[in-house]
Design a protein around this ligand. Structure first.
Ligand code: SF4
Length: 120
């Protein structure tokens, strides 16, 4: 059994939700502090499988614009953020427009790595 305090980031209220549960059996013993149902679901997901949008920069071959901002198209498991950064370090792009997919299905997560900036 584990207890974790999670700040809900769904709205500016920022409720502090306390979840007590067993991760291996995916059962929640108690959950308190949430102000609404959405926050309850958010805290449960954060407790069992936290995810984050990965944002970073990728090298380009353009000497005037040596880096271009990138992000994942949706949140990926938090435990993959480090591996994701290592993968991004190896990438080099040429011309990209904001929104272009740089790596589809990034790390097998189902999220694409997309450009959030442009390089002409
Ligand atoms: S639990 Fe509900 S009210 Fe509280 S921060 Fe999250 S979304 Fe907002």
């Amino acid at each position: 059994m584990e207890t974790k305090k999670i700040i809900c980031i769904i709205c500016p209220q920022g409720c502090e939700v306390t979840v007590c549960g067993d991760k291996s059996s995916r059962t929640v013993e108690s959950i308190k502090g949430f102000g609404c149902k959405r926050g309850k679901t958010y805290a449960e997901n954060e407790f069992f499988a936290p995810v984050r949008i990965l944002t970073s920069s990728v090298k380009t071959i353009n000497k005037q614009v040596p880096l271009v901002a990138v992000r994942t198209s949706k949140p990926i498991p938090k435990e993959l953020l480090f591996a994701g950064m290592e993968e991004i370090k190896r990438l080099v792009v040429d011309k990209v427009n904001s929104g272009d997919v740089i790596v589809p299905n990034f790390l097998g997560t189902g999220a694409d790595l997309i450009a959030s900036g442009s390089v002409e």
